[in-house]
Ligand binder design. Sequence first.
Ligand SMILES: [Ca+2]
Ligand SMILES: [Ca+2]
Ligand SMILES: [Ca+2]
Ligand SMILES: [Ca+2]
Length: 299
Amino acid sequence: MAQKVLTLEETNFLICKVLNMNNLLKILSAATLALSAPIFATPFVIDGDLSDWGVTVADNNNSQWNVRNDVLGYMVEDQNDRARSGGYLGPNYGGQNYDGEFMGVALSGNDLVIAISTGQRADNGFTKYSPGDLLIYTDLGIYALEMGGGKGATAVPVLTEGAVGSTYTLNRNGNTIGYADTAAAQVVGSIWSDVDFVLDPISPKREVQFEINGNSQMHGLADFVYTSTSETSQHAIYEMAFDLSAITATSVEKIFWAPSCGNDELYVQLDLPINIPEPAGIALFGLGILGLAGVRKRS
Ligand SMILES: [Ca+2]
Ligand SMILES: [Ca+2]
Ligand SMILES: [Ca+2]
Ligand SMILES: [Ca+2]
């Protein structure tokens, strides 16, 4: 078989093709490296279904907690789904009706995504149902997110952001004896700083609910789903996401949730810096340093 001898022009053309192909492969692999994490990770969907977390919530102790490994942190403390009110929860008692079972915290872009599974359900009766609000501990104090529920939640199978918020009154034994709507602006999913905290009545008394006052500031509205009565018959699920840049602190240290009686608790410890947009002055200062570096190079 006769072999074709390539001219110099043809050889150069082929070399160029190979180089271009190599460059293309390099560009592709760099792009794949840069984008693979966000593109191929399963996105979180705020829908009250925790399969996106690797979590299956099921009755009679059949929940499964195979939490995906790209979350910032999580806590599983699922006590017996069949335990009655004397069941120990730590730090106090209350059984499945007060069981805090799972909390997961993840980052999706600039959104903090949070999931909670609990035995506290709206249809288990007003006296047993009084969730606390979500507390966001930062280096500049506690921010609070209104969780809602209560009487309003018994009427709807799923509660979402913008619904009327709730505040519960408890007696010193931890029983819920009263319910009130929050101030109109404190809707479900709204995030606030400089609030008044309501403590649980049982020692150690901790912040579990909040009320806004004249100095409180709102920092955005989370995407929010509370499944109330729609998810199995022994559990309720909260799933929410909010833009971290709405919070004017520089780091998030802990996410905390407890029923308003404080019988149980869920928390995830974090050391998460918040990216604050650079003020114009700092950006210009940065450019100045770059300019200086340029001058030094030239000299
Ligand atoms: Ca989900
Ligand atoms: Ca449980
Ligand atoms: Ca628990
Ligand atoms: Ca509340």
